[in-house]
Design a protein around this ligand. Structure first.
Ligand SMILES: [Zn+2]
Length: 236
């Protein structure tokens, strides 16, 4: 035996929808989500600042690379000469030659180090700033990883809660007559958030809050689904 359909059943459905809205809202605006969004914006801002700073001292990086390249090659030469010097069968001329070569390369290496020190010193302010920005960026990165995990867990729990209400809602709707189900779908697809509510005091629509005249109320209650002419919601 089917029980007769009462419009107040739609209020029950609305209550489930309200819970769903509340949960969906929590999902978008929880403390961790707000924190996540703020960290993402910090990350973007810091990355941009670092890029700008690095661009400003492009020449520094070029020179540093050149010095570093020469250093590697000279260090290799010194290493090779040292190996040769270990040979016990060297005659005194070779020994002198290699020793001189070694000293000359070592002196070049020391000049390069001096050059690098001067280069660093001349760009110290910019380098300090980049270092500071990079440290902040790393902090933001690790906070981002932490908070992303938190949000992921939070959303998983919220989705589980949501699915409980979604199935409760589906079950309830399935007990409604076909044309009520169609009306509900129609209102939802038109973006009506409150599809059913009791009439408020002072003859206001419980769905949209508009003041209704008594003749409007009369014509609403004359129709099968008692819909508000302003919002389409069902007035119970
Ligand atoms: Zn209304």
């Amino acid at each position: 035996m089917n029980e007769p359909f009462l419009l107040s059943n739609l209020i029950e459905l609305q209550e489930i929808d309200n819970k769903i809205y509340k949960i969906e809202n929590e999902k978008k605006s929880s403390e961790s989500v707000v924190r996540l969004m703020s960290l993402e914006s910090d990350f973007k801002e810091l990355t941009e600042k670092i890029t700008i700073q690095k661009n400003e001292i492009q020449n520094y990086y070029k020179e540093k690379d050149t010095i570093s390249f020469s250093r590697t090659s000279i260090s290799q030469k010194i290493f090779d000469i040292k190996t040769k010097l270990e040979d016990k069968s060297l005659d005194s001329n070779d020994l002198l030659n290699y020793t001189k070569q070694k000293e000359s390369n070592e002196s070049q290496l020391s000049q390069l180090d001096t050059k690098l020190n001067i280069l660093n010193r001349n760009n110290q302010d910019e380098l300090d700033e980049i270092k500071k920005l990079t440290e902040s960026l790393n902090e933001v990165k690790s906070d981002l990883i932490e908070i992303s995990k938190l949000v992921k867990n939070e959303w998983q729990m919220i989705d589980e809660k949501l699915s409980v209400f979604e199935s409760e809602k589906k079950e309830l709707i399935s007990t409604f007559p076909q044309k009520v189900q169609e009306l509900y779908d129609d209102l939802k697809s038109r973006g009506v958030d409150v599809i059913a509510a009791y009439r408020l005091e002072n003859n206001q629509c419980g769905c949209c809050g508009v003041d209704l005249t008594s003749s409007e109320l009369d014509s609403i209650f004359d129709t099968e689904f008692q819909q508000c002419p302003y919002c389409g919601g069902i007035l119970v």
